[in-house]
Design a protein around this ligand. Structure first.
Ligand code: HEC
Length: 343
């Protein structure tokens, strides 16, 4: 955990200097600091055996009995889906559209915006629970691909969007975004771990953004976020580290901010957690299907999104996300600087 925290600080200072931010004296100070950070990070790297022995804290959290197994459409329920990673016919892991011929020079597109924003010190996986199951989801995605996208707009703009009036997702659909830790081994290689750092959930109560039925966003979806808390992690692993963030408190933002943003991010403490989810997922007036960003990855070509509709992995297929993110990190400028300091 300490390695993780220092690595974030290292990446931050290194990025400021790569951008040549501040005067010479400031950059020298940062440089001195990041050299020290790099040296401590090396002391905190783990051997492959230590990495292998890291706990699967999500399944331990589920087993702890601390969390409800059903959401009961009640946003106040502390719900963690027990079979998120273990039941591929209930929770479908979603991946980017894959062209049949992936050129080497586009491999860095297959990285989520979240992974990019964490500079790949974490990897993210995305899951859908779709009423009607796999066949219904396949059929829906086929329809979006055939009718739901203005491909000419996509070719011209570098990103695609789901058209207004497209077939809607079913009420009751649930989507999950899970953040996992990447660590550095004693050879300074980025290695994905099973440690879950955060879980974000959205449950659709309607798909037209009406205030009814009541939800914690007020626009037909219930949202929740669980994060890894050091206090709980090391407290006899009582709750195995994961705890629900309050919906009605401001959210401390560390990503999707300019690097010069003030503490708490540009919006300060003005938005509660539920309002913050709403800001991105329904902010431009999107409803239902259009709020499921991962469906078409609207980030745009420069943000990595391939122009195509996402698909579920086949049951039992290993997730491609961890290795991709570790590879992305190992090619990242922040990582190259770290290794350079330590050589
Ligand atoms: C700054 C914008 C932003 C905010 C705020 C935000 N999200 Fe997202 N969310 C995204 C993007 C972008 C994706 C697509 C994944 C990616 O590329 O990283 C996404 C994906 C997701 C997904 C995966 C399924 C999908 O919809 O594509 C879930 C679940 C999710 N977010 C939940 C939440 C919750 C819960 C909150 C509030 C705690 C929240 N999000 C706040 C931008 C945001």
């Amino acid at each position: 955990m300490l390695q993780r925290d220092l690595w974030a600080a290292f990446d931050f200072y290194v990025s400021r200097n790569i951008e040549r931010d501040g005067d010479h004296a400031t950059r020298r100070r940062r440089d001195a600091l990041r050299r020290k950070l790099a040296a401590v990070i090396r002391e905190l790297t783990l051997s492959p055996r230590e990495i292998e022995s890291l706990p699967d804290n999500y399944s331990l959290a589920v087993k702890s009995g601390r969390f409800a197994a059903e959401h009961r459409n009640e946003p106040a329920v502390d719900y963690l889906p027990p079979k998120l990673f273990t039941s591929p016919e209930e929770w479908f892991e979603i991946d980017f559209f894959q062209p049949s011929n992936i050129h080497e020079d586009i491999q860095d597109r297959f990285i989520t915006l979240h992974t990019r924003n964490y500079k790949a010190r974490s990897y993210f996986r995305i899951f859908y629970r779709y009423p009607g199951g796999r066949a219904a989801l396949d059929d829906f995605l086929k329809h979006i691909d055939a009718e739901g996208i203005d491909w000419k707009f996509g070719a011209h703009s570098g990103f695609i969007m789901v058209r207004d009036g497209t077939r809607q997702i079913p009420v009751g659909m649930e989507v999950a975004l899970v953040q996992f830790l990447i660590t550095l081994d004693d050879q300074l290689r980025p290695v994905p771990t099973p440690i879950v750092e955060s879980v974000r959930l959205r449950v659709f109560r309607n798909v037209d953004g009406r205030p009814e039925p009541p939800t914690n966003t007020g626009v037909g979806m219930n949202v929740s976020e669980y994060t890894l808390k050091r206090r709980l992690l090391f407290d006899g692993a009582k709750y195995v580290g994961l705890a629900r963030e309050p919906d009605d408190q401001p959210i401390y933002r560390v990503i999707f901010q300019s690097e010069k943003a003030p503490d708490w991010g540009e919006a300060g403490r003005s938005l509660t957690l539920a309002q913050d989810c709403r800001r991105c997922h329904t902010g431009g007036g999107q409803i239902g299907v259009q709020t499921v960003v991962s469906l078409v990855n609207q980030g745009g070509v420069d943000a990595g999104a391939p122009l195509g509709v996402a698909h579920p992995l086949s049951a039992g297929a290993p997730s491609p996300r961890p290795a991709r993110a570790a590879g992305f990190k190992s090619r990242h400028e922040t990582y190259r600087r770290l290794v350079e300091y330590l050589e």
